[in-house]
Design a protein around this ligand. Structure first.
Ligand code: ADP
Ligand code: MG
Length: 238
């Protein structure tokens, strides 16, 4: 079953075309990595899927529903950014519950969801702290927790680990992988890091200049890159 379908999506900032009739289909439960050099349009594509940017042309479907003109909050997606975007004046628990309180969820349901997310992400001891008292890795866990408590179908990650040092990056990479195995929901993950792409993805979409050059499994892309750009970027001999 198709989870996210991007159909002939174009996006221009003024005269500059950033996405050029781009197509992408993501199956339910897949872990997709959008991989490509800085400026190729990865964040723009993710923001279109999230509804944070309006497309210039084309359509976006989530679980079969045309969401092209739906509000971000109505798309059933949760987004995790590179900068943690936590509310500094609130505790971790406050950050996790904020969106749920706005959505008028019952108190006991909110408590249940926070407890579950805190357990999965191992942030139980941090719930009463403020973001300033957390490490980068802990903040990023809380940011993931905010998507988790909303019980969304699709997680979107925009370079969530790029502000972390190498050791933490490796650690959180394993955790995100475990999270995906546990939740079995759809994840679309943007990075320019080949190792992250190769270790996390079921399929990698290699992007260049607003187009997808190749969309295939890590093994396929490594062994059979479709062109020199993909081969060079992935670091395969091809
Ligand atoms: P990536 O995430 O792959 O690094 P982006 O999607 O952020 O790339 O950007 C793709 C291109 O669009 C870049 O050339 C960037 O300069 C341009 N761009 C991104 N956002 C804007 C904007 N708000 N206004 C004008 N140009 C933008
Ligand atoms: Mg980006």
């Amino acid at each position: 079953m198709t989870s996210v379908l991007v159909k002939d999506v174009s996006l221009a900032f003024g005269a500059v075309e950033v996405l050029k009739k781009l197509n992408l289909d993501v199956q339910q439960g897949e872990f997709i990595v959008l991989l490509g050099p800085s400026g190729c349009g990865k964040s723009t594509l993710l923001n279109c899927i999230a509804g944070l940017l309006d497309v210039s042309a084309g359509q976006i479907f989530i679980n079969g529903k045309n969401v092209t003109w739906e509000e971000p909050k109505d798309r059933g997606i949760g987004m995790v950014f590179q900068s943690y975007a936590l509310y500094p004046q609130m505790t971790v628990e406050g950050n996790l519950s904020f969106g749920l309180k706005n959505a008028r969820l019952p108190k006991d349901e909110i408590a249940k969801r926070i407890a579950r997310a805190a357990e999965i992400l191992q942030i139980e001891p941090l719930l009463q702290r403020k973001p300033a008292a957390l490490s980068g890795g802990q903040r990023q866990r809380v940011a993931i927790g905010r998507a988790l408590v909303r019980d969304v179908d699709v997680f979107l990650f925009d370079e969530p680990l790029s502000n972390l040092d190498a050791k933490l990056r490796a650690e959180l990479r394993v955790e995100i992988k475990r999270l995906h195995q546990q939740l079995a929901n759809t994840m679309i993950y943007v990075t320019h890091d080949q190792i992250e792409a190769m270790t996390l993805a079921d399929r990698i979409a290699v992007m260049r200049g607003g187009l997808i050059q190749q969309f295939a499994s890590p093994k396929e892309i490594y062994n059979r890159p479709v062109n020199r750009f993909v081969a060079g970027f992935i670091g395969s001999p091809g």
